[in-house]
Design a protein around this ligand. Structure first.
Ligand code: GLY
Length: 369
C-alpha cells in the first residue's frame, strides 16, 4: 500500500512566504547561499518577477492585503530596466512582466499594469524572426539565430496581449514560435533540446546546442519542464490539440525518467545519476504543468496527471523543504550545472512554481502563464 505523505497546505505556505517577506527587505532574489540566504540581483535579471509573483499569488489565494502592499511597485521598478542602453532585457520579459505587471492588472485592473505588460509584449514581439518563425532568446551578435526551450513559457505574455488588445498578431507570433519549437526542439521520445540554432537570414535550422543541459542530445530536466508546461499553456490559449499532445509526450518522458523520489537530476541524460545534483525547481515547474495538462484532458485521463503532480509535490513537501532558518521554500535546486553555477541551492523560481502548484491543487483558478 502506498503511504500517504503530507503535501504542504496553503496555511503552511502562507507562513513560509510571510517569513520570507520579513527577511527579504528590498532585495530582488535569485539564488541562495548555503545558509539559505538569498542574493540581490539587478531588476534587469531574468528572475526579477518571481518574488513579486509569489506575493501577488499569495494575495490572490488568501486575500491578505499584506501581500498586495508588498507586491505593488515592483512592475514600475522592473520597468526601469527598459531605460538601460542598450536594453539588456531579453525574451525573459515574459517571466518578468507576467508575474508583475500582468498579475497586477489582472488582480486590480491597474492601468500601469496594463501599460507595462503591453510594453513588455511589444518588446517580446519585436524579437520575432519571421523567416525562421522563432523568438530570439538572448542578445549578442553570436546569438541572433538562437531560440531556447524556456521561451515556451514567455509566449504566454503574447497570448495575453492578444486577449487584452483584441489584436491576434501577438498570439500569431506566439504560435509561430511554438510550431518552430515543436518541429525542432521536441524529440520523438518526448525529450527536448535546450538551444535551437538557426541561420538568422534564411531561417534554416542549423543544430541543437546543449546550453544548460549536459549536451546537444541530452535532456536538461528544467528545459523539459518548461516545455511540458509551455505547450500545455499554448493549447489552453489556442485550442490547438497538437500542443496538448506535445505537452503529454514531454510529460511522459519526464515522468518515465524520474528517479525513485520523483525529483529529477539536473539532466536526465547526464550519466552519473546518484552523484549528480537534483533540480527541485524542475520538479516544481513540472508539477504545475501537469496540473495544467490535467485541466485539459478528458475526465478518464485526469487522475493520471493529478497523481503524477501530487507525487512530486509530496516528495518536495517531505524531503526538499528549506529549514526554518532559510529565506527560501525549497532546497536542492540546480541553476546551471555546465557552468558550475548555483548547484544545490534554493532558486526563487523553484519557490514560485512550487507555490503555484500548491495553489492550483487548492483550487486557485487564475492563470497567468
Ligand atoms: N530560463 C533559464 C533557466 O531556466 O535557467
Amino acid at each position: 500500500m502506498e503511504t500517504v505523505q503530507h503535501i504542504i497546505t496553503i496555511d503552511e505556505l502562507e507562513q513560509r512566504i510571510t517569513r520570507m517577506v520579513k527577511q527579504m527587505e528590498n532585495r530582488s532574489p535569485h539564488a541562495s547561499d548555503s545558509s539559505g540566504r538569498y542574493d540581490d540581483m539587478p531588476v534587469s535579471w531574468w528572475t526579477s518577477g518571481f518574488y513579486p509573483g509569489l506575493l501577488w499569488l499569495m494575495h490572490d489565494v488568501t486575500g491578505n492585503a499584506f501581500f498586495k502592499n508588498q507586491a505593488e511597485g515592483w512592475s514600475r521598478k522592473i520597468e526601469e530596466a527598459f531605460q538601460e542602453h542598450p536594453i539588456i532585457l531579453h525574451h525573459d520579459v515574459g517571466f518578468q512582466f507576467l508575474l508583475t505587471a500582468v498579475m497586477e492588472y489582472e488582480q486590480t485592473g491597474s492601468e500601469d499594469g496594463l501599460r507595462i505588460g503591453l510594453k513588455a509584449a511589444n518588446y517580446l514581439a519585436g524579437r520575432f524572426n519571421p523567416i525562421g518563425g522563432f523568438i530570439k532568446a538572448w542578445n549578442g551578435d553570436d546569438k541572433k539565430g538562437w531560440a531556447i526551450i524556456d521561451c515556451m513559457m514567455n509566449i504566454s505574455l503574447l497570448y495575453w496581449a492578444s486577449r487584452v488588445t483584441n489584436d491576434p498578431s501577438y498570439g500569431q507570433i506566439a504560435s509561430a514560435h511554438a510550431n518552430t519549437t515543436l518541429q525542432w526542439g521536441v524529440r520523438d521520445d518526448g525529450s527536448t533540446s535546450h538551444i535551437l540554432s538557426f541561420n538568422s537570414h534564411t531561417g534554416e535550422f542549423i543544430e541543437s546546442i546543449g546550453g544548460q543541459g549536459y549536451g546537444p542530445d541530452s535532456a536538461w530536466s528544467r528545459g523539459n519542464a518548461w516545455a511540458l508546461y509551455g505547450f500545455a499553456n499554448a493549447c489552453r490559449h489556442t485550442g490547438k490539440r497538437a500542443y496538448l499532445h506535445a505537452a503529454k509526450r514531454i510529460a511522459h518522458f519526464f515522468l518515465a525518467a524520474l528517479p525513485e523520489d520523483n525529483v529529477p537530476y539536473w539532466d536526465f541524460r547526464c550519466g552519473g545519476e546518484e552523484e549528480e545534483p537534483r533540480d527541485s525547481s524542475a520538479a516544481a515547474i513540472a508539477a504545475s504543468g501537469l496540473l495544467e495538462i490535467e485541466a485539459q484532458v478528458p475526465q478518464r485521463e485526469k487522475r493520471m496527471y493529478r497523481r503524477a503532480a501530487e507525487k512530486i509535490l509530496q516528495s518536495l513537501s517531505t524531503h526538499y523543504l528549506a529549514s526554518d532558518e532559510s529565506e527560501a521554500i525549497l532546497t536542492k535546486a540546480t541553476g546551471n550545472a555546465p557552468q558550475g553555477r548555483d548547484i544545490n541551492v534554493s532558486l526563487i523560481y523553484g519557490d514560485y512554481f512550487f507555490a503555484e502548484a500548491i495553489a492550483k491543487r487548492n483550487g486557485w483558478q487564475r492563470r497567468i502563464f
